[in-house]
Ligand binder design. Sequence first.
Ligand code: HEC
Ligand code: HEC
Length: 481
Amino acid sequence: MRRTTALLLVATLLAVAPLSPALARRSSAKVAPVVGETGVLGQHLSGDDIAAGRLSFAQIFQAGRKLFVAKFNVLDGQGRPAATGNGVPTLRDPSHDQGFLRTSGPDANSCAGCHNEPRAGGGGDFVANVFVLAQVRDPVTFDVREADERNTLGMFGSGAIELLGREMTDDLVAIRAAAITAAAAASDITRTLVTKGVSFGRITARADGSVNTSEVQGVDADLIVKPFHQKGVVRSIREFTVNAMNHHHGMQAVERFGVERTGTADFDQDAVADELSIGDITATTIFQAAMATPVQILPKDPVRKKAALRGGALFETIGCASCHKPSLVLENPEFCEPYARNPPGTFNDTTKSYCFDLTRDGETPLLGRGRGNTAVVRAYTDLKRHVICDAEHPVYCNETLVQGGVPTDQFLTRKLWDAGSSAPYGHRGDLTMLTEAVLAHGGEADGIRANFETLAAGDQAAVIEFLESLRVVDKTRLAKH
Ligand code: HEC
Ligand code: HEC
């Protein structure tokens, strides 16, 4: 109520119809300057303008960055008095609204409030942890233990990660379709689910068209590779962004919370309608997708440099690379937003796509090219979920709430391409050293951790020196061509 009263006065003054900066510039009409406090967003971006190429790549990227660092205020629509932080639009009694609350949210002023190391879009300190699943509670919780506590990840290179997920999904879905066709003509057909050298178990198609997925491993039974959240439960940057805008800030995207899906333009009842347009979400997504690619930066000191190179080789020989794949090949590095397989409530109309090539446009260093039109993604992950904890190594078994139907002890193989810049470590960010993070591996990684433990001290140090050489560069700029 407290904010609604104030907002009713100003709500009528706010024009929320999308108007692109490009159009605003072209318009000869002078807009009267606003004196005093205003929303920080200004005009909303038009998704149609972006799709039609009326904004340059740099304009979209900068607009997305602006949205990512914006400290939203109530005039923008910050807060969600009548809605929980659930990604599925869920009403609550407005008397349950506590305003800012570190557990159930809204819990930050901007995306960059958490994602800020070494700069906006990056990872975060332990203090920036999120209490995942506390946001869906109604009434809210004040107890950090009633959640799965996670440390903030950096989005460096995430455009390539999303594209890997899309291509792997296409492969797995094609294997399933071929198995169903073959089974129709014969009896049960079993196929291994291998894509980009990563095995996701197997499926058996039956003559009646049904599929047995009980032997699928490390991915959901729908075979959609979901490379985001340390749990692997979100398929695209856009889907994550729409969730996060509501969860952390009470900023509700039209594509999820607007009239078409909820019957109202002000689902959270804060007196601001249509808080984020399709264009706003597209730009925020493209900013993240086009962030700098982490790279190996070898130490200048010759002794340390030699150790890092030797450590990289040891990382492979002792078996770390079986999960942390040193490279995966992307067949096509063109990033087209949105993703066709986005779930309902996350914009997925590919007739209105904006496309750019990750090896040409974006922050430097760009994604490296491979043979032909391919690109090589050196992210040190297989984008598969594993159990790497057990009774003797319980560190990574600390969660209690099931997220997205995934058992509490399964996590995606952590990307290590920014390991030298992403302290603290582990999904909770409660490990201060890389060595601790390695020694905490058990479960499926038990034998391989033991290989590390039996290395001579100098060899262990070399593996760590190698991990430290995988970094986010300090200085970046948008590529010129
Ligand atoms: C309160 C801190 C906080 C705020 C604010 C926040 N994030 Fe995050 N973000 C996190 C944490 C923690 C994770 C890791 C979540 C997990 O693994 O379950 C994360 C993960 C992500 C990921 C997935 C990265 C990956 O590789 O899996 C994306 C994308 C993302 N955030 C985007 C955003 C956007 C966009 C905003 C603003 C609308 C935002 N975040 C606001 C803390 C935050
Ligand atoms: C069975 C698959 C598997 C193997 C083998 C494996 N890892 Fe991991 N690794 C993971 C998963 C999954 C995580 C995420 C753990 C979490 O936070 O829940 C992880 C996390 C890490 C982290 C923490 C990174 C961070 O930023 O928090 C480091 C470092 C790491 N692994 C290094 C290694 C090294 C070195 C080896 C070889 C000795 C190795 N891993 C073997 C699956 C594996």
